[in-house]
Design a protein around this ligand. Sequence first.
Ligand code: ARG
Length: 462
Amino acid sequence: MANLWGGRFTEATDASAYKFNQSISFDKRMYRDDIKGSIAHAKMLGKQGIITSDESERIIKGLGDIRSDIDEGRLIISDEAEDIHSFIESVLTERIGDAGKKLHTGRSRNDQVALDMKLYTRSQISETDKLLDELQRALIAVMEENIDTYMPGFTHLQKAQPVTLAHHTGAYFEMFIRDRQRLADIFERMNTCPLGAGALAGTTYDLDREMTASLLGFDGGSTRNSMDSVSDRDYLIEFLSALSMIMMHLSRFSEEIIIWNSNEYRFVDIDDRYSTGSSIMPQKKNPDIAELVRGKTGRVYGALMSLLTTMKGIPLAYNKDMQEDKELSFDAMDTVKDCIREFTGMIRTIRFNKDVMEESAKRGFTNATDAADYLVKKGIPFREAHSIVGRLVLKCVDKGIAMDDLSLDEYKAESDVFENDIYDAISMKTCVDKRLTKGAPGRERMLEAVRFYKVYLEDMKA
Ligand code: ARG
């Protein structure tokens, strides 16, 4: 397939240099964005009288046909073209003749690829957001069912104070709210159209850049500086950063699920559909999906580091280095979508062993703070209460029991302030439900949180 720039050359590119230079093998996935941009450009050229309206219409029809032919498998994108832009332009010219050769008037591949990449990234932001929405819906279901599922809350991975599974899950819901906010911010900031920036310095044709911007749904209109327009990949770096953050959250959650799924914890059973066995050890059921999500986080961070590094030494304006914005970014975009999808499936089918969780909270003395607070409410200074309860905990450790299992005599041996109401005061239910500061796991607070998250999801839909 002929390239777009043969005129000045007397020798063909070396075969392996050609292969090294080409981008069609990976930018072909942008064919719909490329065609969309070209249709807008052709409409504008026609309206401005830069090409005739007949030429404009033939180009638009030709491009529409190419799109449906590729969509439906009648036209295969050939790796012989240098890039997706050359491929589509040459098929168009083959099909409609000279009019096709006018499509590139007032345009460069530099503003064209800047546009394609923005359009593609925009669609990926929306798809990622939709998947996060589904994940959040799965989390809401877990929360609603587990308002009264008591479990240990951890600090330093040591059992600390009692929380509920709803509360723990809510923490992740919050992270994904922030992730979605970041996506919306990026979408908003990148909402300007680079088309018309030309190679770097605009053009002498009387283009209507606002028209193409509006046809392509860029609410912020067209970009302000043509040199920046063709060399800006900030939005992509921001997106990779947001994707990295999403992966970091998924990875933390995965790590917890892996711990909870271990034989020692048994807080959860991952469904058979989301775990795998061992080829040698018949008893094993491994949390592979969670491990893979945790593992793939590294490769998404890698894409972010790669593009930051690629961009750091590039003088204005376009340089071919920037073609490296694609492969790893595409890989990161695919990876994150796969991870959210699989993770959501795993959450939808996971079983929480509520009794094990509650027992673990009790056995881990997560109610020790509440026992101390009980004494404080009866007039003992907190520091003293802390040491009384410390001694009680030691006694429990010796006997291998929970604080709830000590007799009243044993309590009284440390302080005669203890009465029968100590048992209610340190029950998991009381410990949790009395925690009613904003953001705490108390039942009323959690019901409020679930209501808030549901309204949030409805608002996001609208
Ligand atoms: N394949 C190129 C890229 O991805 C398209 C732009 C080419 N522009 C150029 N002046 N060679 O960046």
